[in-house]
Design a protein around this ligand. Structure first.
Ligand code: PLP
Length: 480
């Protein structure tokens, strides 16, 4: 029967593990980005019997490197250019090791003073880094989906027309709610709207312009139509960096409408918000001082390992009113601290996530982080140049950050044929296993997305990606 390791054994295995991981990172470019497997292949490879006597750490580590890692999609691979990448910098990985070693639960200040206080310190840094006005209270959750849900719950708490917390959904006078977002908002916003009680029928997808940005006049019209029907507008979500194209909704104009109509404004800047640290991108947050809440995900484009999302709210007390519920066994007695992190969200238990943000911001500093973001934005510019200089591609949306939407074109082919060809091209590209791209659909057109945001990406990876894409186009054309 196994006992836990001694500190000495921890050191021996830990040293070996770090060495093996360093080798993994050193050779990551030689690995496939997407593993070559089908559902169930991995399960068929590992021992499914419940371990009764415990196994040796040698066996566990061997299986990790020989079975788990080969069956993993490598988000840290420089060829991972799909979705919005989350990559782990080495300082961030070290912080995770410390977090796991401490295994603190930051629910109360008393349960981890450093975790409680470092959360505030790092979010003050993030506020300064992104040039945000010092009017927000920040709190760390796992994902943007959770952050946006908390924002909409707080918006509902603030409604004066009905007391949701006490009356519950369906009490006398319970209003029908509506939530407004552009047709390009992330699905996490829809989910939050459904869960807080607006229902899918309360979701208003506002039309966007040719640059995929929400049209403020359409928003105003939708709000007026709802009010005329007696529906209560709960919140408007402006997205800074939509998932498909990274388009930026006109925040200031939307904020003016929200102010006039007294509607909660939530800003989803989960991926692209970090670029506000660059003076040349600061304007993406023009009007942010009027927002009620804002989400930014350092795990997306700030090289903090999964997971870490930050919600900023203007009204701290309202967030506390929404989520605070203190049972006897968590009362802090004579403790002078009344402000505990457990009061600001659904989970009671909280990981010490701020440590990895602290490591990353401290290690890279504003200058280091800015340089990497600028490099990624420059890489996207270079990719656009390559695509535009070839005569068989089309850039399908403006490129405000480092995501490029493009498609293969051939004269005489209609959109439905091109959709089929681009779908096939994407399959070819991804089956090459050297890069991994994803797709979206814009105005009925199948579009390939390439994202440059990984910590391990360098300018040569742009050329590699372009060469792989053109090789696969040739294969596509030869195939016909
Ligand atoms: C704009 C935007 N908001 C929210 C999300 C959801 O992020 P999370 O996975 O952290 O919930 C995404 C995911 O890509 C996104 O692109």
């Amino acid at each position: 029967m196994n006992r836990d390791l001694t500190p000495k054994e921890f050191e021996v295995y830990g040293t070996r593990l770090i060495k093996d991981l360093a080798d993994f990172f050193a050779g990551i470019e030689q690995l496939r980005v997407l593993p070559d497997c089908s559902p169930g292949d991995f399960t068929s490879l590992v021992d499914l019997k419940l371990p009764i006597e415990g196994d040796s750490l040698e066996n566990i580590l061997e299986d990790t490197f020989n079975k788990v890692i080969p069956y993993t999609t490598h988000w840290n691979h420089p060829g991972f250019m799909a979705y919005f990448n989350s990559t782990a910098s080495f300082p961030g990985i070290f912080a995770e090791l410390v977090t796991a070693s401490l295994s603190v639960n930051g629910m109360l200040w008393k349960s981890s003073p450093a975790a409680s206080e470092l959360e505030k310190i790092t979010l003050d840094w993030l506020t300064e880094l992104l040039g945000l006005p010092r009017i927000f209270f920040g709190i760390i959750y796992d994902t943007a989906s959770t952050s946006t849900f908390h924002a909409l719950a707080a918006a509902r708490e603030k409604l004066v027309v009905y007391d949701f917390r006490n009356e519950g959904i369906g009490g006398e006078g319970c209003p029908r709610l509506s939530v407004y977002m552009s047709e390009h908002a992330h699905s996490s916003v829809d989910k939050a709207a459904i869960i807080i009680g607006a229902g899918t029928k309360g979701i208003r997808k506002i039309k966007s312009n040719a640059k995929y940005e929400m049209i403020p006049e359409e928003l105003e019209a939708a709000i007026s139509a709802d009010k005329a029907l007696g529906i209560t507008p709960l919140a408007v979500i402006a997205t800074i960096g939509t998932t498909s194209t990274t388009s930026v909704d006109p925040l200031l104009q939307i904020a003016e409408i929200c102010r006039r109509e007294n509607i909660w404004l939530h800003v989803d800047a989960a991926h692209s918000g970090v670029t506000a640290m660059l003076p040349e991108k600061r304007s993406i947050f023009e009007g942010i001082e009027f927002a009620d809440s804002l989400v930014v995900n350092p795990h997306k484009w700030l090289f903090v390992p999964m997971d870490l999302s930050v919600l900023f709210v203007r009204d701290k007390d309202n967030l506390k009113k929404t989520f605070s519920l203190i049972p006897e066994y968590l009362k802090t007695g004579t403790d002078s601290v009344t402000d505990n992190l457990m009061d600001y969200g659904i989970p009671l238990g909280r990981r010490f996530r701020s440590l990895k943000l602290w490591f990353v911001i401290r290690y890279f500093g504003k200058e280091g982080l800015s340089e990497i973001l600028r490099k990624h934005i420059g890489m996207a510019g270079e990719f656009v140049r390559l695509i535009e200089s070839a005569n068989n591609f089309e850039v399908m949306a403006p490129v405000p950050f480092s995501t490029v939407c493009f498609r293969y074109v051939k004269s005489g082919r209609d959109d439905s044929t091109l959709n089929m060809l681009n779908q096939k091209l994407l399959e070819f590209i991804n089956s090459s296993s050297r890069i991994f791209l994803s797709h979206t659909v814009l105005d009925g057109k199948f579009v390939i997305r390439i994202v440059f945001s990984g910590i391990k990406m360098e300018i040569q990876h742009v050329n590699t990606a372009f060469n792989i894409i053109t090789e696969q186009v040739k294969k596509l054309e030869d195939n016909k």
